[in-house]
Design a protein around this ligand. Structure first.
Ligand SMILES: Cc1ncc(COP(=O)(O)O)c(C=O)c1O
Length: 397
């Protein structure tokens, strides 16, 4: 191990959303944050060095992107995901979420229907509703502690002629599924059959646990690539979310033009100089860091799973295949969603994401971020146990 993921870094007073916005978001100051999708780890050394280099230069004017910037992403996806991306297909964006909103505007009209699969990353609801499109849910189905796609229902939803777009989360946040080739094929065939574009948010594509493989939807066939818009970024993979850099990949030339036209700003795809440097350094030199990170997350996942099995058996961990966001089922405790939230904050002094923010199907679940030193995770789980023991029918020790 080159990197010390056990090392606890004090993130308080660093303008961190995760650590410094607790009072605003949870109404309590001294609580332990295991929410929001960023990690309590330092980025790879190469990224930090690249940022030093930019800072030391001291001139932060408008930017262009060198070929090496594009090559870093192209090489990464070819090597890690067997997907050959062409430079022309890439349009950069500061964040995936702003891109999602613009993509909705570019490819649909007000009143059009857009399919999502709840429980799902909550901004998907927002980008559809705020843009006055109609949200159509194809809820994922939980069978034997694993979420599956209800393809019959999906086909029914996609076949509506007002349905124009499917926002697909692959791998899926929060349920942790890494979709198989068969599942992706079925999704693609249905979208093709019913002329629905697929917006595949693959921001978590590099955070994959052993035994699973992420397959970029667009890599499966030219026909699928033709109806695809894929969002990727180094931000989750290398913990660079605050630097804001991502890429929208659109292989179909006509669709690409449609998106570029919708951006409606000349040079609208500029990134800041720190984002450019970090993006390139991460994709070029971050692989070893990522390998070590995944080993560490695997250990944290094992710790969390064993903890719940042994200490709070009424609570079930949905085993993730990818991402560091763990979807945990608290429904057997019989609490209302507000009751569970209040309990964890006031009695546990721990901040997690409540399942209901991911849609109605998320009620009674909690999303726990395990991308932290194991000592932090242990403390968080101890607090969750304390909160649960404080209710009238406490679990036995
Ligand atoms: C599925 C998904 N898409 C997008 C984002 C955020 O992307 P960005 O920070 O680039 O806007 C997240 C963050 O958790 C996410 O889980």
């Amino acid at each position: 191990m080159t990197y010390d993921f056990d090392h606890v870094i004090n993130r308080l007073n660093t303008n961190s959303l995760k650590w410094d916005a607790l009072e605003e978001r949870f109404g309590a100051k001294n609580i332990l944050p295991l929410w929001v999708a960023d990690m309590d780890f330092r980025a790879p050394d190469a990224v930090i060095q690249a940022l030093h280099h930019v800072a030391e230069h001291g001139v932060f004017g408008y930017t262009v992107r060198p070929d090496s910037f594009y090559e870093s992403l192209i090489d990464w996806f070819e090597r890690k995901h067997k997907w050959k991306i062409e430079k022309d297909w890439m349009i950069v964006s500061p964040g995936v979420v702003p891109a999602l909103s613009l993509l909705v505007q570019a490819f649909t009209e007000p009143g059009d229907k857009i399919v999502i699969q709840s429980p799902v990353y909550h901004p998907f609801f927002y980008v559809v509703n705020q843009n006055e499109r109609e949200l159509v849910d194809n809820p994922l189905v939980l069978t034997d502690n694993k979420y599956e796609i209800d393809f019959e229902d999906l086909e029914e939803k996609l076949s509506d002629e007002r349905c124009k777009l499917f926002i697909f989360c692959s791998p899926h946040n929060p349920v942790g599924r890494v979709w198989t080739k068969e599942e992706l094929r079925k999704v693609g065939e249905l979208c093709r059959k019913h002329n629905v574009l697929i917006l595949s948010d693959e921001i978590h594509c590099d955070l994959i646990f052993k035994g699973h493989t992420h397959i970029p939807f667009a890599s499966l066939s030219d026909e699928f690539a033709d109806i695809s818009i894929t969002c990727v970024a180094p931000s989750k993979t290398f913990n660079l979310a605050g630097l804001q850099s991502s890429a929208v990949i659109i292989p179909n030339e006509k669709l690409r033009k449609q998106y570029k036209d919708a951006l409606r700003i000349e040079d609208g795809d500029m990134l800041n100089p720190f984002a450019i440097a970090a993006f390139e350094a991460a994709y070029t030199e971050g692989e070893q860091w990522l390998d070590e990170l995944m080993d560490y997350l695997e250990k944290n996942l094992h710790y969390l799973t064993t903890f719940f099995q042994n200490e709070i058996p009424q609570v079930t961990v949905i085993q993730p295949e990818g991402t560091y966001l763990i979807w945990v089922d608290f429904r057997k405790l019989g609490l209302t969603e507000k009751g569970l939230e209040e309990l964890l904050i006031s009695k546990g002094e721990v901040a997690v994401n409540q399942g209901y923010i991911f849609g109605k199907t998320g009620e009674g679940f909690v999303r726990i971020n395990i991308a932290c030193p194991q000592s932090t995770l242990k403390e968080g789980l101890k607090r969750i146990k304390k909160a649960i023991q404080s209710i009238k029918d406490p679990v036995s020790d």
